[in-house]
Design a protein around this ligand. Structure first.
Ligand code: GMT
Length: 384
């Protein structure tokens, strides 16, 4: 199959999923064309079977707001035509499903009929789409898609209820490549941990885009509680609007030498397995990809009991679930595990087992392939 993928290519879960999907599809022999405004950050540009098409968004002085959606639609239709794509798969409903819809109409005028698939990721529905100014057009994009997938049952149900769309939505959960996201050997782990925790102290990690929904400052507050009881270190991976608040909190608690701000990192699969626990104190997560990536590395998460997270984490088995904002409870849950290595080890084993048995790329990618085949068959019978 020849598949055109569009996503937000910079740091964000939907872009990560779209990129990893493209990489896995190409590895299975498909031809993948990324149509995005910059090269997705997890691509090296050297992957076989993957092509990258930049969307040039010109900033003509008359345009106070550069028309990205239109530039994207135009690029999508050109790429689809030139490379004879079989379908367009967009990640994040706004504005990508609308651009794909426009591209489809433009192509139809040239006698080319290709279907479009939209994958809903979370904030496109829960925050952006729920904004009254975007809701009707998001609903339109969903309804006009030839196939819609959602990354959790929670998100599917919320979309059906709040958007009142009459559309089949297939749940295809987030996935992780368990051969890349995997535990390190004891030696490699010990050597990597020395960089941050020279005396062998426990390491916690938080990975996000530091948007308010992630509650990154809570990660620092949880850590401050832990650090009062035991020497430990916190790795903060990522960057975004709440980073300066998190820095301010770390300073206020006198933890500058224990809280390590690593910024945006491309080698997440090398950093995560160094940790003992992941902190994901989010206000909302439709899935919680960062926790899945940590779990695959044998690092259980202390997370919030929100959105689709319970579809990934079972409290007390492969991680812990607490109430949003309950910093004390999350610190207590972390301390209980850090003080009980046997319990932590059992939970780490369960976390890795969950990732392997339920969310491994080789289990999830065939769902996408089957979904594409069904959409193509339906589209073929409609146009033919
Ligand atoms: O969470 C973000 O800010 C990024 C956002 C995105 O779409 O880029 O993430 C969403 O998609 C991820 C991948 O499917 C999910 O794992 C996240 O749970 C989801 N975020 C939210 O629902 C807040």
């Amino acid at each position: 199959m020849k598949i055109g993928i569009t996503c937000y290519p910079t740091y964000g879960g939907s872009g990560v999923v779209a990129t990893e999907l493209g990489i896995e599809l190409a590895a299975s022999g498909h031809e993948v064309h990324f149509i995005t405004y910059s090269q997705p950050f997890r691509l090296t540009g050297r992957e076989e079977g993957i092509f990258y098409h930049e969307v040039p968004v010109s900033n003509y002085p008359l345009f106070e707001f550069p028309p990205y959606s239109l530039a994207l639609a135009s690029r999508m239709s050109d790429v689809a035509d030139y490379y004879k794509l079989d379908l367009l798969h967009v990640h994040y409903a706004i504005p990508h499903s609308i651009s794909a819809y426009l591209a489809k109409q433009m192509l139809a005028k040239r006698g080319i009929h290709i279907p479009m698939v939209t994958t809903l990721h979370g904030t496109d529905i829960t925050l952006v789409g729920a904004d009254q100014s975007y809701l009707p057009i998001t609903r339109f994009g969903i309804e006009e898609s030839d196939g819609v997938t959602s990354i959790s049952t929670y998100l599917k149900e919320r979309t059906l209820k709040e958007f009142r769309v009459h559309k089949e939505i297939e749940v295809i959960p987030n996935f992780v490549n368990c051969d890349i996201y995997e535990p390190l050997s004891d030696e490699a782990r010990a050597a990597g941990r020395k960089r941050f925790a020279p005396a062998g102290e426990p390491i916690l990690v938080h990975l996000s885009n530091f948007r308010p929904v992630k509650r990154a400052p809570d990660a620092v507050l949880i850590f401050a509680e832990i650090a009062r009881k035991m020497p430990a270190h916190l790795l903060l991976v990522g960057d975004g609007p709440d980073r300066s608040v998190a820095e301010w909190l770390a300073k206020r608690h006198n933890l500058q030498d224990r809280v390590h701000f690593l910024g945006k990192q491309n080698n997440v699969s090398e950093l995560l397995p160094l940790a003992d626990l992941m902190l994901m104190p989010s206000e909302l997560e439709s899935f919680g990809l960062a926790s899945l990536e940590a779990m695959a590395c044998r690092v259980p998460a202390i997370a919030t009991n929100v959105g689709g997270v319970p579809e990934l984490i079972e409290d007390g088995y492969n991680g812990r679930l607490c109430e949003v904002g309950n910093v004390e409870a999350m610190a207590e849950a972390a301390l209980e595990l850090l003080e009980n290595p046997k319990k932590l080890d059992e939970m780490a084993t369960a976390a890795r087992a969950t990732a392997r048995t339920k969310f491994c790329a080789h289990k999830i990618i065939p769902h996408y392939e089957k979904f594409y085949a069904d959409v193509l068959e339906r589209a073929g019978s409609l146009s033919g």
